[in-house]
Structures are given as structure tokens and as C-alpha cells.
Ligand binder design. Structure first.
Ligand SMILES: Cc1cc2nc3c(=O)[nH]c(=O)nc-3n(C[C@H](O)[C@H](O)[C@H](O)COP(=O)(O)O)c2cc1C
Length: 181
């Protein structure tokens, strides 16, 4: 649903032993226990090679002050430009999933399965670890007012990045007062 707002995340993989990142909007939670995520990547992308090579990848959630670098990673392929120095990179337990120091939240993922969707492939990964500095948390979980993610909304040829405002009301709660007919 290209017309629907999507979170922008950076997917990282080591390709030929060098970190590479691309920007995606097609990212979703895919399981709770155990925690899983899914990313949908065009088969032509360079990053796919690394995910297959190592069986690992990362989902790095950038803040809105990283928009320009994130957009760059979505415009230029690692097949043509070296994106290994765009960010400061660190590795976790899996050793081969590159993560981004500047990102408030990073998910380290082990490839669980690959779904062939024709032009695209969907990589479903087990989230092995989540990395977030204390300053981005409230009561132990990432706080969107602190991590400041941004979203992509694309309508035909018009596309823009949007930041989040204040929460409008409390989720999983406000509907309790709805008067059903
Ligand atoms: C905001 C944004 C969102 C994108 N979303 C996706 C996506 O969901 N899936 C995808 O395959 N490509 C997506 N792209 C395109 C890739 O990021 C782009 O083709 C990138 O250069 C591929 O890099 P690579 O070849 O180094 O892997 C997006 C690009 C941008 C700028």
C-alpha cells in the first residue's frame, strides 16, 4: 500500500565482508514470542546478497536528524557506491549483522526464512537482540518522543518524510468508551 504511511528503517547486511545499508518502508513486526520482523526487498538490491551470504541482517531505526543519510542509502546501491562509511558501525552477538551507532534503536536479526514474492523477497528474521541507549527509553522501552523516528508517505510522484507529533490519545483504551449502535 504505497499510499499508506510507512516507517523508514535501514536494513544492514555485510556484503563481501563490508557493511551495507539500504532504506526501506516495507518493514513489519512478524512475531511476538519469539520476536520476529519481516523486511521486503527487491531482488535486485545489493543488500540481499549479504543477507543470503551470512544468514543475518539488522533493522536500524534512524531518528529524524538522520533523514538525509537514510535517503542517500535509499537512492544509491552498494553495487555502485561504497556505503560502508556512511555510519559508525558496530556488531553484536551474531558478528555479521552491521548496526548503526547513530540509530537510537537497532535490531539484530538471524534469518529465519525467505519468502519469494516474485520481484521482491521477504526476509523474516528472529530478533536476537535489541540495542537502545538508556537515554532513548522510558520505563525500559524505546520512547518515540526520544527516538524520533520518521515516516514515508508517497502519493504517486509526490513523496515526503514526516515526523511524528504528540500522541493524540491512549491506544488500547480510548475505544472502551465507544458507544456501539
Ligand atoms: C524512503 C525509501 C524507502 C524505500 N523502501 C524500499 C522498500 O521497502 N523495499 C525495497 O526493496 N526498496 C526500497 N527502497 C529502495 C532502496 O533503498 C534502494 O534501491 C537502495 O539503493 C538499494 O540499496 P542496495 O542495492 O545497496 O541494497 C526505498 C528507498 C527509499 C528512499
Amino acid at each position: 500500500m504505497a499510499f499508506y504511511p510507512m516507517p523508514v528503517v535501514l536494513v544492514g547486511a555485510n556484503v563481501k565482508e563490508k557493511p551495507n545499508f539500504l532504506a526501506i518502508g516495507w518493514f513489519v513486526n512478524a512475531g511476538y514470542k519469539p520476536p520476529k520482523v519481516a523486511v521486503v526487498l527487491n531482488k535486485a538490491h545489493y543488500t540481499n546478497q549479504g543477507i543470503k551470504e551470512n544468514g543475518t541482517f539488522s533493522v536500524c531505526i534512524p531518528s529524524d536528524d538522520m533523514i538525509v543519510a537514510a535517503d542517500y542509502c535509499g537512492l544509491f546501491s552498494g553495487a555502485k557506491v561504497d556505503k560502508s562509511k556512511v555510519f559508525d558501525v558496530f556488531y553484536g552477538k551474531l558478528k555479521t549483522a552491521p548496526m548503526i551507532t547513530e540509530c537510537p534503536v537497532n535490531l539484530e536479526c538471524k534469518l529465519d526464512k525467505t519468502v519469494d514474492n516474485g520481484q521482491h523477497e521477504m526476509f523474516i528474521g528472529d530478533v536476537i537482540s535489541t540495542y537502545a541507549e538508556e537515554k532513548y527509553l522510558t520505563n525500559g522501552t524505546p520512547d518515540l518522543q526520544k527516538t524520533k523516528p520518521f515516516i514515508l508517505a508517497a502519493h504517486g510522484s509526490r513523496a515526503g518524510y514526516y515526523t511524528l507529533g504528540e500522541p493524540k490519545c491512549e491506544a488500547f483504551s480510548v475505544g472502551k468508551n465507544f458507544k456501539n449502535k
